[in-house]
Write a protein that binds this ligand. Structure first.
Ligand code: SF4
Length: 474
């Protein structure tokens, strides 16, 4: 089988913009952060002779990537709602460089807004619906677009859609991403503040059983059930990763909710324990202590936990399926066992008031996860939150990010203007981090480890810069 020469590209964007095919909510963050472009690495692994370029972590500009267009027959660009306009400009520049280049867009944004995306520019030949791994492979095989399921394409002046492609059921048919990372990426360029550096992340499954109204991937590309790779398949890939990347200090399982299937999570943990790796994963704040014990005993270092809010009514509004008392108990269990937690909170979800913001700050300080992230509610097209926001007139601005790529506050409520929600973010961070106990814990970590000290000092500078930028924007 011969394949079109294929370039998988996460296009250049705002400086330091974490918007690749692995970032759920694309934005320039408080500290330099980059997720792996795993969603692009997956089809890249299916197309022999292809290349994956992740422009932002590699510091590549449009001038750097434009000449590459001449070397390829097919370019697959990962896009997102915040970066779409910029990504279209990149596609147009590639097309100008090589008029014969076929260009396809992938990602949740185009999976939802298919016709609108195609209509945005003649440089986009097709957009993929939902999961796009095998769709892209078939296009790269040179099949006519009309014969490939799961895409919308331009046919002269008409826009057409092919029949849907069923979701992948046998997840072991997806190839390993690690060889693509090793071939095309520099693992040292990927940072996440709360993960050891360098880290490697990948997925052991797709989809999430929960139905949180704001959450993008399960409602657009992953689905609301957890489709998983076999334990054997996962362990084989981690063993391979260790051979490729002896310098890596931590593996992160970026499944929407790795703990959605507890017996499987325990089975994987036990096998990871035998390999002797340090690892971390996404979890819901309801993992029983017994499972936490198994995971901790087998190398788990940290859990990334979406608490979202410290107000039960808001959790109910967004269908989080979590009780605050359970979340507190879980956090205490993790602390007792020595598992670190990076807790994420969202301000501006439906039902937010001045009082609920203060309740979330209090909850975060009381539960006291090791580190936190505070985001602004982002109504991405394709989510129930977006539909609700449009219906109720909560959308006060279209853009999810500002001119430098940092998050905007697009939602406002009667009695709580969007500016107040925006201003509450730095206040949340200050109240959480500028406490004597928290500052002492962070300083202690730095004293114990020189590498951590170097990173924390850089992140501290970036974080203070973020707080002062926020003040300037407010
Ligand atoms: S539990 Fe997490 S990943 Fe699952 S739908 Fe809710 S926010 Fe999304």
């Amino acid at each position: 089988m011969s394949y079109l020469k294929t370039l998988f590209l996460h296009p250049p964007s705002y400086q330091g913009f974490d918007g690749g095919a692995g970032s759920r909510y694309q934005a320039r963050r408080e500290v330099r952060s980059f997720w792996y472009p795993t969603w692009l690495a997956q089809p890249a692994a299916l197309v022999p002779g292809s290349r994956l370029i992740d422009a932002p972590p590699d510091g590549l500009t449009l001038d750097d990537v434009r000449p590459l267009a001449r070397q390829y027959d097919l370019a697959i660009l990962h896009t997102s709602t915040p970066s779409f306009v910029q990504d279209v400009k990149v596609a147009e520049a590639l097309r100008a460089e090589n008029p014969a280049l076929r260009i396809g867009f992938v990602g949740a944004h185009v999976a939802v807004q298919r016709e609108r995306a195609l209509a945005a520019s003649g440089a986009i030949d097709f957009v993929c619906h939902g999961e796009f791994d095998f769709t892209v492979r078939e296009v790269a095989e040179g099949r006519p677009l009309g014969d490939v399921r799961g895409l919308s394409y331009r046919d002269g002046t008409r826009l057409r859609a092919t029949p849907p492609r069923p979701p992948i059921e046998d997840m072991d048919t997806l190839p390993f991403v690690v060889p693509v990372y090793a071939r095309d990426l520099t693992v040292e360029h990927y940072y996440i503040g709360y993960l050891l550096h360098p880290y490697v992340s990948l997925y052991t499954g797709r989809g999430c059983r929960s139905k949180c109204t704001f959450c993008l991937w399960p409602q657009t590309v992953g689905g609301q059930r957890y489709r998983t790779r076999s334990v054997e398949h996962v362990i084989e890939e981690i063993a391979l990763a260790r051979r490729h990347f002896p310098q890596v200090k931590e593996y992160f399982f970026d499944d929407d909710t790795f703990t959605d299937d507890l017996p499987r999570a325990e089975r994987i943990a036990r096998r990871l324990g035998r390999l002797g790796v340090t690892w971390s994963c996404n979890a819901k704040a309801n993992v029983p202590r017994a499972t936490l014990e198994v995971m901790k005993d087998n190398g788990l270092r940290l859990l990334l936990v979406g608490y979202e809010s410290g107000n039960q009514s808001i959790l109910n509004n967004i269908k989080k399926g979590i009780r605050l008392d359970h979340a507190r108990r879980f956090t205490q269990d993790a602390r007792d066992l020595g598992i670190k937690i990076h807790g994420t909170f969202v301000l501006g979800l439906p039902g937010e008031t001045r009082q609920t913001i203060e309740a979330s700050i209090r909850f975060a300080c009381d539960a006291d996860p090791d580190t936190i992230q505070v985001s602004l509610a982002a109504p991405y097209p394709g989510t129930a939150l977006y539909d609700q926001a449009v219906e109720n007139g909560w959308l006060v601005r279209d853009a999810l990010v500002g001119a430098d790529g940092t998050q905007q506050s697009p939602l406002g409520y009667p009695g709580l203007p969007h500016t107040e929600i925006f201003e509450a973010v730095p206040r949340f961070y200050r109240k959480f981090y500028f406490r004597p106990g928290k500052l002492a814990a962070l300083t202690g970590e730095m004293i114990r480890d020189r590498e951590v000290m170097k990173r924390r000092l850089r992140e501290g500078r970036e974080f203070l810069g973020f707080l002062s930028r926020r003040r300037a924007h407010a």
